[in-house]
Ligand binder design. Structure first.
Ligand SMILES: [Zn+2]
Length: 197
């Protein structure tokens, strides 16, 4: 898993394969006076304080799942990503589904959009990132556009295909039309004011 360190308006500075190193860079950026710094993983999840890796791979854990080798008499809880959760109870000789604990959802699940599946749109601390799932750049989805919450000025990349640009512009318009409203940016209820600049 690669961790990307960002600051201010969607500027990616650095990437590290080690989360502890990425957190150090973030701390340094904040110490250097940047107003905002944050980390995302290769799946575009924001790595906040409650970010935990799956116990079996490097993806973000979405749930705490119980496991037991004695039909539930003694139980240990394991962090699982979505992929590892799918087959969790297959072939299990007991059922502890009622003990499952849901973890913090991915930020990108907060908003319904009508865009094509090719376009990834993620809610980040400073704005909405649009990226192309069909193209890679530097081991990540190629970025198509960025919509900062403060200016609401859509910045489209020069190599964004015209048909995707149209969809992004109409999606961005629905956000731009909400200038002055509070917009939820995390499932914990954190909000920002749209168009405050
Ligand atoms: Zn996993």
């Amino acid at each position: 898993m690669t961790y990307y360190v960002w600051h201010d308006e969607g500027c990616c500075d650095n990437s590290r394969d080690d989360l502890a190193q990425a957190r150090e860079i973030k701390q340094q950026l904040l110490a250097d006076g940047h107003s905002d710094a944050y980390i995302t993983d290769s799946d575009h999840n924001v790595v906040d304080e409650d970010y935990i890796e799956c116990s079996y791979c490097e993806r973000r854990a979405v749930a705490l799942l119980p496991q037991s080798s004695d039909q539930g008499k003694t139980i240990s809880m394991v962090h699982c990503c979505g992929a590892h959760r799918v087959g969790w109870w297959d072939g299990a000789d007991w059922d502890g589904r009622t003990l499952e604990v849901e973890l913090h959802d991915s930020h990108s699940d907060l908003r319904e959009t009508s865009m094509s599946d090719q376009i990834f749109s993620g809610i980040y601390p400073c704005g909405i990132v649009y990226a192309d799932r069909h193209r890679e750049k530097g081991g990540d989805y190629a970025r198509l556009a960025f919509l900062p919450y403060d200016s609401l000025e859509l910045k489209v990349e020069a190599d964004c295909p015209p048909e995707l640009r149209k969809q992004i512009e109409s999606d961005a318009a629905t956000i731009q039309a909400r200038r002055g409203e509070l917009f939820q940016i995390s499932s914990a209820g954190q909000t920002v004011m749209l168009g405050c600049k």
